[in-house]
Write a protein that binds this ligand. Structure first.
Ligand SMILES: NC(=O)c1ccc[n+]([C@@H]2O[C@H](COP(=O)([O-])OP(=O)(O)OC[C@H]3O[C@@H](n4cnc5c(N)ncnc54)[C@H](OP(=O)(O)O)[C@@H]3O)[C@@H](O)[C@H]2O)c1
Length: 313
């Protein structure tokens, strides 16, 4: 299998262009999924405090036996922990759960536009963690252009990465341009559509046609589309066949006509929350909804297989 390319960040370090997402992977399955991904060749692992699986992600990393310096591990600060002291404490908790002594990339999970001072204080804490060598790079997630401008006006370190929802139905051209203008790498979450739109993306006739043409799967076509635009991409799966197939994307190329056909699929439609209105109430509502979903999905005789709600925040 060909090597995964790396993308250079604005502080001179580099990260793998393709990584493994862990949102909503039940704690009972997370360690094995991460170990499988690492044995397949993935070296970038993306998690978050709010996914409630940092401990299991850490166990998967440990079980893989792969040297720490060969890995690139990202986690994210929950908005519930925004504020300077709160953020520093939350970082210690995350890194303790992961079983690591440093992190490669620490992201603010969402901006909170209605409490932007708290967002700024959290970012200041991330700057401190960077200065003290606890993290190799810091960044943000779900920041729109105006959130970036407001952050840049009041901070010292330009974020290395902005991780945003991005897939063929929601291609975020303007925000990618804003990121690039500031030297910020764009990382795509829900890159194949996420829970809401995965079937819509993978069953799209144009994508299926390209898959047939290139003798690849629809997911592989979509992942190539991300990679060929210089995006970092972090598909998630608990299926070993999917995990392997999603990493087997370095031996073919989409033409500019193929790329244009996928670009034309954009309908500016989000699957996740809108960063403009994100706040603690939205977060708490998501936790409640997610908890109900988990309860409904739980096997009746053995309790929930996935007892802790995981949310996008
Ligand atoms: N910063 C943020 O706010 C934020 C928000 C959401 C997500 N994220 C990050 O981005 C990562 C990816 O996003 P996501 O998890 O929302 O969605 P995604 O990776 O776009 O889609 C995951 C879905 O695709 C399916 N899938 C994966 N590979 C497949 C294949 N080869 N064939 C068919 N189906 C396939 C998975 O099912 P199977 O398990 O059955 O394969 C799963 O249902 C997350 O895991 C997380 O790390 C960040």
């Amino acid at each position: 299998m060909a090597m995964c390319p790396r993308i250079e960040l604005n502080n001179g370090i580099s990260m793998p262009a393709l990584g493994f997402g862990t949102f909503a992977i039940p704690s009972t399955q997370a360690a094995e999924a991460v170990r499988t991904a690492l044995m397949t060749g993935y070296r970038l692992i993306d998690t978050a405090a709010s996914y409630n699986n940092e401990t299991e992600v850490g166990q998967g990393i440990l079980r893989s036996g792969i040297a720490r310096e060969d890995l690139f591990v990202t986690t994210k600060l929950r908005i519930a922990d925004f504020g300077y002291d709160e953020a520093l404490r939350a970082f210690d908790t995350s890194i303790g759960k992961l079983g690591l002594d440093y992190l490669d990339l620490y992201l603010l999970h969402w901006p909170v536009p209605t409490e932007f001072e708290q967002t700024l204080a959290a970012y200041e804490a991330a700057e401190k963690l960077l200065a003290d060598g606890h993290v190799r790079a810091i960044g943000v997630s779900n920041f729109n252009a105006r959130h970036l401008d407001a952050l840049l006006a009041r901070s010292h370190v330009v974020p290395a990465v902005n991780q945003i929802e991005l897939n063929p139905l929601f291609s975020q051209r303007a925000l990618r341009d804003a990121n690039a203008l500031h030297g910020i790498v764009t990382e795509s979450w829900s890159p194949i559509g996420g829970e809401k739109n995965v079937s819509r993306v993978l069953q799209n006739a144009h994508i299926v046609e390209l898959a047939t043409k290139h003798k690849k799967t629809a997911v592989q076509i979509v992942l190539r589309w991300h990679l060929q635009q210089g995006l970092v991409v972090i598909p998630r799966s608990i299926n070993p066949k999917h995990i392997a197939g999603n990493f087997d994307v370095f031996d073919f190329e989409l033409s500019s006509t193929d790329m244009a056909a996928i670009n034309a699929l954009n309908v500016d439609e989000r699957g996740g929350p809108d960063p403009e209105t994100f706040d603690l109430a939205t977060y708490n509502a998501l936790v409640a909804t997610r908890a109900k979903e988990v309860e409904n999905a739980a096997p009746s005789d053995s309790g929930s297989a996935n007892p802790v709600p995981r949310v996008h925040a």
